[in-house]
Write a protein that binds this ligand. Structure first.
Ligand code: ADP
Ligand code: MG
Length: 240
């Protein structure tokens, strides 16, 4: 469903991704882990063309989205993204945050967009916050709004970039629960996370990046119990 073929990304003279190749199948949940600065965010951003790979190709359902003249906005209709720092629209209510893009990008009526938004807010447990503004919400609530907002575009794939890293510890669980529920619905997901227990429990596959290289790709039990490389062993010794 998403295929990365020899993705290399350079910023100036610095190569931050070295020829990364992988295929994420429909319904698969992949956790991307690795040290800070290893290229995890850049990799995600290359998959939905928030960054253009310097070399290599990205395929989405048999279409090469990195081909010249491909419409980046069309790509982002299929791939939703949730960031560490929420990025909600501060001047809009929670309901409007969720209902805005489907109206703007997909041309859906306000009434229908609101109906869908209400359903999604119920799904993430925020029905009572529909009329609140983001600055009245806790971090965990903001992130759940951000997830509902991404889902409102009915993406086939969701990318999460450290969705719980900016949260106070007591709010991590409520957000992970929402992501876990989503995984159980069969959504294709790629999640950059430092929550190793969550990755172990929810992911079908772990991608371990270090210094811009895909060092290991393995099923979680194998990766966490018998990492194949010294680099992964060192990393796990620090974080577990
Ligand atoms: P991670 O998400 O694993 O912490 P990143 O993908 O954010 O890593 O960054 C990988 C490397 O690329 C880092 O050295 C970072 O400084 C660099 N980098 C990321 N984005 C940019 C950018 N827009 N311009 C220049 N360098 C960048
Ligand atoms: Mg990052």
């Amino acid at each position: 469903m998403i295929k990365a073929e020899n993705i290399t990304k350079k910023f100036g003279k610095q190569t931050v991704l070295h020829s990364i190749s992988t295929t994420i199948k429909q319904g698969e949940v992949v956790a991307v882990i690795g040290p800070s600065g290893s290229g995890k965010s850049t990799f995600l951003r290359c998959l939905n063309l928030l960054e253009s790979p310097t070399e290599g190709k990205v395929w989405l359902n048999d279409q090469e989205i990195t081909a010249p003249k491909r419409n980046k906005l069309a790509v982002r209709k299929h791939i939703g993204m949730v960031f560490q720092h929420f990025h909600l629209f501060p001047h809009m209510t929670v309901l409007d945050n969720v209902a805005y893009a489907p109206q703007k990008v997909k041309g859906i009526s306000k009434q229908e967009a609101h109906q869908t938004a209400k359903k999604l807010l119920a799904k993430v447990g925020l029905t009572d916050k529909e009329q609140a503004y983001p600055n009245r919400l806790s971090g965990g609530q903001k992130q759940r709004v951000a997830i509902a907002r991404a889902l409102a575009m009915e993406p086939e794939t969701m990318l999460f970039d450290e969705p719980t890293s900016a949260l106070d510890p007591e709010m991590v669980k409520e957000v992970l629960e929402v992501i876990k529920d989503l995984a159980n619905t069969g959504m294709t997901m790629i999640i950059v996370t430092h929550e190793m227990n969550f990755a172990k429990e929810v992911a079908d596959r772990i991608m371990f990046l270090d210094q811009g290289r895909l060092i290991e790709e393995a099923e979680p039990t194998a990766f966490f119990h018998e990492p194949a490389t010294e680099r992964a062993k060192d990393f796990l010794a620090k974080v577990l």
